[in-house]
Ligand binder design. Sequence first.
Ligand SMILES: Nc1ncnc2c1ncn2[C@@H]1O[C@H](COP(=O)(O)OP(=O)(O)OP(=O)(O)O)[C@@H](O)[C@H]1O
Ligand SMILES: [Mg+2]
Length: 235
Amino acid sequence: MLELHEIVKHYRIGESEPVHAVDGVSLKVRKGELVALYGPSGSGKSTLLLLIAALLRPDSGSIVLDGHEISALSDQKAARYRLRELGFVRQTLNLTPGVSAVDNAALKLMGMGVRAREAREQVTPLMDTLGLEDRLHHRSDQLSMGERQRVMIARALSTDPKLVLADEPTGSLDSRRGQEVLELLAGVCRQRELTVVLVTHDPQAASYADRVLTLRDGQLRDDEPEPRLVSVDAS
Ligand SMILES: Nc1ncnc2c1ncn2[C@@H]1O[C@H](COP(=O)(O)OP(=O)(O)OP(=O)(O)O)[C@@H](O)[C@H]1O
Ligand SMILES: [Mg+2]
């Protein structure tokens, strides 16, 4: 359903050597599949997600979602694609200040034309699942970092997107909450046949994924073994 073919993205700043952020990545993700993307800092993970989200254009290569070429969309069509088909949890938090958690989570639904009250009602069960039931009316500056991240996740999943991109969604969560969030993502993926590409550094996160891909210097490495799963001591 998602196909990347020989994607290249080099960043050029002034006269210095270009950064080969993504350097010939080909990849197929099946409908309903949860793919975890591993790789050291600077290996091109966020760049790859930005390309799939049509927030960046590749220098060359194609990105096809359900038969539609993503890398050639006009700015307007790209914005519509992000609103209607994509759920994107960015690596940086992007909450509207001074607005309640529930309204922040409902923002995308409202952007799609759902009335505010209905949007709040729709997003509330998702916020409950994410452990935010007692934080609905806190403003974003009154939330912990982990809570803010969960509001972003609620917003991204609120519209039942076709494709979910998550850039280290558990980065600022403690391990228990992190595990809960990954369980939710995996659960939603299976239930609604959502397709998920999840960037993570957490070796346990891989245990939720159908497949783990390793990115290094902008290239997928299939010769590297999967990161070893850490066994959890239940005591
Ligand atoms: N806008 C930009 N302009 C120039 N270079 C960039 C830009 N964004 C990223 N880079 C460079 O491209 C490379 C890949 O960056 P990217 O953010 O994709 O890495 P990453 O794998 O997401 O890293 P991290 O795990 O630290 O988030 C890095 O060397 C980075 O310095
Ligand atoms: Mg990144």
